[in-house]
Design a protein around this ligand. Structure first.
Ligand code: CIR
Length: 265
């Protein structure tokens, strides 16, 4: 239905981890140099978890010349039957979006952003009748407003949110695991920014910031990163059926669960 985000997650595209994952960008969560083999192991487990939840997953090959290529969330934003292709916010990632256009072209109208715009798809959260768009070090106001125009034309509302320098993307610290609910990390976003957007806000402790990125499915099923016991308990207490995936090797390159997918149906 136009104006309501479809959470059924019937189909997704992912991309294998680059052989050169050790050169992936890493500034926020990484402790060790990203490792391609470990990263691919985590990616395999991730794809298996999506499939176990009923998503038909296409896995595209890794790209040797794009160390961050597995983070396909960033390279397009779906607005109904349109795929908005951004100019990515970090120059080292330019070109990744071109590699997915061939895949999306079949079912979607491709729309390229203007040259003064930058945006990473990781700054976009789909929340029921609205898109939340973060303005961050990767997404500039022109990029957010370009996307907002298409979102509004499609019948959705838009909320622009200023993202603090303490984090990479909006989705790094916030997600919507079911209608009317946001999960957010303490210390990065404030109640003033997001309190009016959802009936229920589940605040995860700052020490578990990474776990604020979740993937919700119908019937209150949710996938979270393994190893975050406080967040897991908060979600169980809120009535979720929780599946965990070991994302440690992906986290080394600042990637979260949602970053690895482009849900396109
Ligand atoms: C980057 O810094 O661009 C990548 N290493 C991580 C991108 C994570 N993507 C996302 O949050 N959507």
């Amino acid at each position: 239905m136009p104006g309501t985000f479809d959470r059924s997650r019937r189909s997704a595209v992912t991309r294998r981890v680059s052989k050169n994952f050790d050169h992936a960008l890493s500034k926020y969560f990484g402790v060790n140099t990203p490792d391609a083999k470990a990263g691919q192991g985590a990616h395999d487990a991730y794809v298996a978890a999506l499939r176990a939840h009923g998503t038909e997953v296409t896995v595209l090959p890794g790209l040797d010349n794009h160390p961050d290529c597995c983070f396909v969330e960033d390279v397009a934003v779906m607005v109904c039957d349109k795929a908005i292709i951004p100019k990515l916010g970090h120059e080292s990632r330019e070109g990744e979006q071109m590699a997915i256009i061939e895949y999306l072209r079949g079912g979607s109208e491709i729309i390229h952003m203007n040259s003064n715009c930058t945006l990473d798809g990781g700054d976009v959260i789909f929340l029921d009748d609205r898109y939340l768009i973060g303005i961050s070090t990767r997404t500039n106001r022109a990029g957010a407003e370009f996307l907002a125009k298409y979102v509004k034309e499609a019948g959705f509302e838009v909320e622009l949110i200023e993202i603090p320098d303490s984090t990479l993307h909006l989705t790094t610290v916030c997600s919507s695991p079911r209608p009317g609910t946001l999960v957010a990390a303490e210390g990065h976003l404030s109640i003033n920014q997001i309190g009016h957007l959802a009936e229920e806000i589940i605040w995860v402790p700052n020490s578990e910031t990474y776990a604020a990125n979740t993937i919700g499915y119908p019937e209150d099923k949710v996938i979270i990163a393994a190893g975050y016991s406080a967040t897991r308990q908060l979600l169980l207490d809120a009535g979720f059926n929780v599946t965990t995936v070991d994302m440690d090797a992906i986290r080394e390159a600042d990637g979260s669960l949602t970053c690895l997918s482009q849900f396109n149906a």
